[in-house]
Design a protein around this ligand. Structure first.
Ligand code: SF4
Length: 459
């Protein structure tokens, strides 16, 4: 991006940065320019006018430039606290990838791969019926695909489907994150990958595989869950929406038609979490009281720009209304909440809109601000050139994840809770991946997993 940046720095600041110093300066300049829409020359002139750089030499000049850039890059945080430079993540700038696969609606596979052990499964029949012209290839094991097709990040959303026999990862506790309060959620691992493409999706960093992995042996999940359930001493919340969208492909997989009757009457709350309008199978089933259908919500401007392929906000709310009218319990996730200029007004309007469409109380509402592994930022930067959410005030937190600093997160949670409570005093609200102190904003005296489980299960 900056062809002769080093020369510009040398001539403007009378200072010759080394390779690492150059990386930091380039990164900070790039992010300020992207976010503030300012020209490089104007930014440098502004910097020089505000910072007396002439009195510094050598390394000290670099530190003074860097400090001035950090202040400009994180204006709110710098005005609130001294920024620890170790918490500023300055990775090397990479070029955007050119051959990115784009998401198309409705989903159509380019090719279907099936592991030999599940070649007779109902899921493959469903795909054959819906896509009779699409090629199918048998593999011994899905990862054989990688022997002849090297994975690169540009292959991420290639519309390939791998129907597999899942053998290990059936049920697991949600990993949450280090030093944060866990809500006790469990994951039923029904597939990996998603036909939507959200810029902030953590799966981009966790996967080394293109396309979607879908289990053809869902009956084995039920057998595994039976064994798990026999040992369970208390009710739990469990759902499938962690490594995929629970309903995005339900019109093809038909998983919900098996999952809902299977979980009916068990002492668990089973959640299907989605950003889709794929509810046709649900409205055909009489709703059991322990099934929760939930939607993740963001204001329209964020949904349109950052949640590619997903249903619009209006569509999600209309789908939720149909499901609620049918008699299902519904829930909502404001996650990730993005901090941007005007965020408070947009999120307040979003909450008002939610309550103008749907009747409370809901099974729960979760709140979580944008957070991610460091590596994800580089991936997003190369795949989503239109996105600037990672140029918000994100610093490295205790768990080494990029997060907004505590005072911004607190302000967001306090406002969200206030706006929700203006409409609804009954729905339990919880935080996702937050520390004990932050849970205090809920005013519910919740700081341990058993307390939170009780609160959310309404025991
Ligand atoms: S809907 Fe969920 S799983 Fe799918 S891309 Fe978006 S964040 Fe990822």
């Amino acid at each position: 991006m900056f062809e002769d940046l080093k020369q510009t720095i040398q001539s403007q600041f009378d200072f010759s940065p080394n390779k690492n110093q150059m990386r930091d300066i380039e990164r900070l300049l790039f992010e300020i320019i992207r976010r503030d829409d300012i020209a490089l020359n104007a930014l440098i002139a502004d910097l020089k006018s505000k910072t007396p750089l002439d009195k510094y030499y050598g390394r000290n000049k670099f530190f003074a430039i860097k400090e001035a850039l950090i202040k400009r890059r994180f204006p709110l945080t710098a005005a609130h606290q001294k920024i620890d430079t170790k918490k500023v993540f300055s990775s090397k700038l990479r070029k955007p990838i050119a051959d990115n696969w784009q998401i198309h609606k409705p989903f159509k596979p380019l090719k279907i791969f099936v592991e030999k052990e599940v070649r007779e499964c109902e899921l493959l029949d469903n795909f054959k019926r819906k896509f009779p012209a699409v090629d199918i290839e048998e593999l011994n094991y899905y990862s054989d695909y990688l022997k002849t097709n090297k994975f690169s990040i540009s292959q991420l959303k290639k519309p390939l489907v791998f129907i597999v026999k899942e053998k290990w990862d059936f049920i697991k506790p949600c990993p949450c994150t280090k030093n944060h309060v866990c809500c006790g959620y469990w994951i039923l691992n029904l597939g990996f990958g998603c036909s939507f493409d959200c810029s902030y999706c953590f799966l981009q960093h966790y996967t080394n595989f293109p396309g979607l992995l879908l289990p053809g042996n869902i009956e084995d999940f039920f057998e595994q869950f039976d064994a798990f359930y026999r040992k369970l001493k208390k009710p739990i919340r469990i759902g499938t929406g962690e490594f995929c969208d629970s309903l995005a492909l339900d019109n093809i997989t038909g998983y919900s038609k098996k999952l809902i009757p299977y979980f009916e009457g068990k002492h668990v709350l089973f959640e299907l979490k989605t950003k889709s309008t794929n509810i046709a199978n649900l409205v055909d089933i009489s709703p059991p009281s322990n099934i929760v259908i939930s939607w993740s919500l963001n204001p329209s401007n964020i949904a349109e720009k950052e949640e590619l392929g997903a249903a619009s906000l209006e569509e999600r709310l209309l789908a939720a209304k149909k499901v609620q009218d049918k008699g299902y319990r519904i829930a909502f996730h404001f996650d990730p909440i993005i901090h941007f200029e005007g965020w408070e007004k947009e999120y307040k309007e979003l909450i008002d809109k939610l309550y103008s469409h749907l009747k409370p109380p809901f099974a729960w509402i979760s709140l979580g601000t944008l957070r991610s592994n460091r590596e994800l930022k580089n991936i997003v930067e190369s795949r989503f050139t239109q996105s600037s959410i990672f140029y918000g005030e994100l610093l490295l937190g205790e768990d080494k994840k990029l997060r907004y600093p505590e005072f911004i997160r607190r302000k967001i949670y306090e406002s969200m809770v206030k706006y929700i409570k203006q409409h609804d005093q009954k729905t339990p609200i919880y935080l996702c991946m937050e520390n004990k102190k932050m849970w205090g904003v809920l005013g519910e005296n919740l700081d341990s997993t058993p307390q939170i489980e009780k609160y959310l299960l309404n025991l």
